[in-house]
Design a protein around this ligand. Structure first.
Ligand code: ADP
Ligand code: MG
Length: 238
């Protein structure tokens, strides 16, 4: 577990300036949700935190350590995307165990971690199945399980529920909330779904055009939006 500090984070792709100086501190164990319209830089910001993109300027600190120059593999984070990207030829068990095997963990430790995550995510009965024999919701739970077993300092989620139908989205959202209550990790979660943001977040970060418009608890943003953009985004269903 760890906190995160972003200071003056800028990101450009050539002449395209995507992030214009992001300052944000996330506390240890906090569930922070990034919201904002499509193209505002949510995924880029997550990728910068993960180390999948280099910053153009500014710094990223995890647990008080400057990781700005470190590659993704050395940051100790785990990312869950909207497309599950499971290995189709591997069982559920193997999908979760694979990264741990590559890390060289002892077999007993791997087994313990996989079974614990599977129990948490109600996947115990599916460990020997291949991804194609699972429902969309189960597959997404496997993707979340793969993150959990790595015991990351911070979980990064990029619209993890957007490929699920409405009913599954609600169910999986509740599981995520329960998961956070159970393991208490620092979670940074991107969505454009207002309900997800309002129900999951300790704090919401509203982004527009690569800048932070406002940061606050769901109630603060709902009751005291700083401007019309925030009011429109949080206040009215979309
Ligand atoms: P969001 O996740 O909020 O929808 P993104 O972070 O994916 O937004 O994208 C923000 C902007 O950055 C978009 O205009 C997108 O086209 C641009 N962008 C993202 N990645 C790249 C890239 N690798 N090269 C060039 N432009 C990019
Ligand atoms: Mg995105």
């Amino acid at each position: 577990m760890a906190g995160l500090t972003l200071s003056g984070v800028r990101k450009s792709f050539g002449a395209t300036h995507v992030l214009h100086g992001i300052d944000l501190t996330v506390s240890d164990g906090e569930f922070v949700v990034f919201v904002g319209p499509s193209g505002c830089g949510k995924s880029t910001l997550l990728r910068v935190i993960a180390g999948l993109e280099e910053v153009t300027a500014g710094s990223v600190m995890i647990d008080g350590v400057d990781v700005t120059g470190l590659p993704a593999s050395e940051r100790g984070l785990a990312m869950v995307f909207q497309s599950y990207a499971l290995y189709p030829h591997m069982s559920v068990y193997k999908n979760m165990a694979f990264a741990l095997e590559n890390m060289g963990l002892p077999r007993g430790e791997i087994d313990q971690r996989v079974r614990r995550a599977a129990a948490m995510l109600r996947l115990t009965d599916y460990l020997e199945r291949k991804p194609r024999a699972l429902s969309g919701g189960q597959r997404q739970r496997v993707a979340i399980g793969r993150a959990i077993v790595r015991d990351p300092k911070i979980f990064l989620f990029d619209e993890p529920l957007s490929n699920l139908d409405a009913e599954l989205r609600v169910a999986t959202r509740k599981e995520l909330a329960a998961l956070h209550a159970e393991i208490g990790g620092t979670m940074i979660y991107v969505t454009h779904d207002q309900v997800e943001a309002m129900t999951l977040a300790d704090r919401i970060v509203v982004l527009q055009g690569g800048r932070i418009e406002q940061v606050g608890t769901p109630l603060e943003l709902y009751n005291r939006p700083d401007n019309l953009f925030v009011a429109g985004f949080i206040g009215s269903p979309r």
